[in-house]
Ligand binder design. Structure first.
Ligand SMILES: NC(=O)c1ccc[n+]([C@@H]2O[C@H](COP(=O)([O-])OP(=O)(O)OC[C@H]3O[C@@H](n4cnc5c(N)ncnc54)[C@H](O)[C@@H]3O)[C@@H](O)[C@H]2O)c1
Length: 271
């Protein structure tokens, strides 16, 4: 079989599952890795492509577990061309209430997991001339926010790990990039975004909406494809413009819809 092979971690649902479907639609074969066996079973049943998929239960933060799963995936399909480090976990708590255990677990899953998975995958990709790695970071790793001391710091670390990996693994023909999602209405977002937080996000996002899982999958697939052949070491925010925007966005947006002569000179400059 010459069809390309991708591993997607955290593939049981959400952005990971949408990414699996994107790869399959382009003729790739995919190994779905997830810590949640029930989610994996449900995903495999929904996909219904046993010849092009394999499901492997593992915790990306477990050194032996993730190494074994990467090797099993590559052995199952006979090659490996892309790795999407998508599995992530979130604890949203104030700094003074975040326990050392919560801090350690978030760093282990979100930062150490991609380090371990990439370390296991890179030599296998190199056997067929190289490949691509995409790490899923977050806008919480680009801009600080409340309650995200562990989550945001883990994602900022992952953004730098992306650059470290890109610089060193280029010698093996492996490109490494990151996608930083804005808010996407997945199970993770549903668990931590109250109606008030949802309204705030709308206010802070120029496109004025949450992203779709498929919109993230599109960017992730592009970075894994040959179309991105000269792209490495980058963090691409797929965030409706959140990272680009400054203060006062809702006010200015409203004012643009009204008579501009009402604006004072400072405001007019800002437009
Ligand atoms: N949804 C958002 O708004 C949003 C925003 C920014 C970044 N992200 C990031 O995107 C990625 C996917 O998020 P999502 O919203 O689809 O999440 P989700 O919670 O819907 O899905 C995450 C999947 O990862 C799996 N997983 C969790 N810990 C794991 C571990 N230790 N080992 C293996 N699998 C594990 C879960 O079982 C789940 O199937 C995450 O890295 C997340 O931090 C999401």
């Amino acid at each position: 079989m010459t069809a390309k092979v991708a591993i997607v971690t955290g593939a049981g649902r959400g952005i990971g599952l949408a990414t699996v479907n994107r790869f399959l639609a382009e003729g790739w074969r995919v190994a779905l890795l997830d810590i949640d066996e029930a989610a994996l079973d449900a995903a495999m049943a929904r996909i219904g492509r046993p010849e092009a998929t394999v499901a492997l239960r593992c915790d990306v933060a477990d050194v032996d577990g993730i190494r074994a799963a990467v090797q099993q995936a590559a052995a199952h399909f006979g090659r490996l061309d892309a790795l999407v480090n998508n599995a992530g976990t979130a604890v949203f708590k104030p700094i003074l209430e975040t326990t050392p255990e919560e801090w350690s677990r978030v760093i282990a899953v979100n930062l150490t997991g991609p380090f371990l998975a990439t370390q296991a995958a890179a030599p296998i990709m190199a056997e067929t001339g190289g490949g691509a790695v995409v790490n899923i970071t977050s806008i919480s790793g680009l801009r600080a926010s409340t309650l995200r001391v562990a989550y945001g710091t883990s994602k900022a670390g992952l953004a730098h790990l992306t650059k470290q990996q890109a610089v060193e693994l280029a010698a093996l023909g492996i490109r490494v990039n990151a996608v930083a999602p804005g808010p996407v209405d997945t199970a993770m977002a549903k668990a931590v975004h109250t109606p008030e937080i949802r309204r705030d996000y709308h206010d802070a996002i120029p496109l004025n909406r949450y992203g779709l899982e498929e919109e993230l999958a599109e960017a992730i697939f592009f970075l894994c494809s040959d179309r991105a052949s000269y792209l490495t070491g980058q963090v691409i925010a797929v965030d409706g413009g959140f990272d680009a925007a400054g203060i006062g966005l809702p006010t200015l947006r409203a004012e643009r819809r009204t008579d501009r002569t009402d604006l004072n000179p400072v405001r007019r400059d800002l437009l």
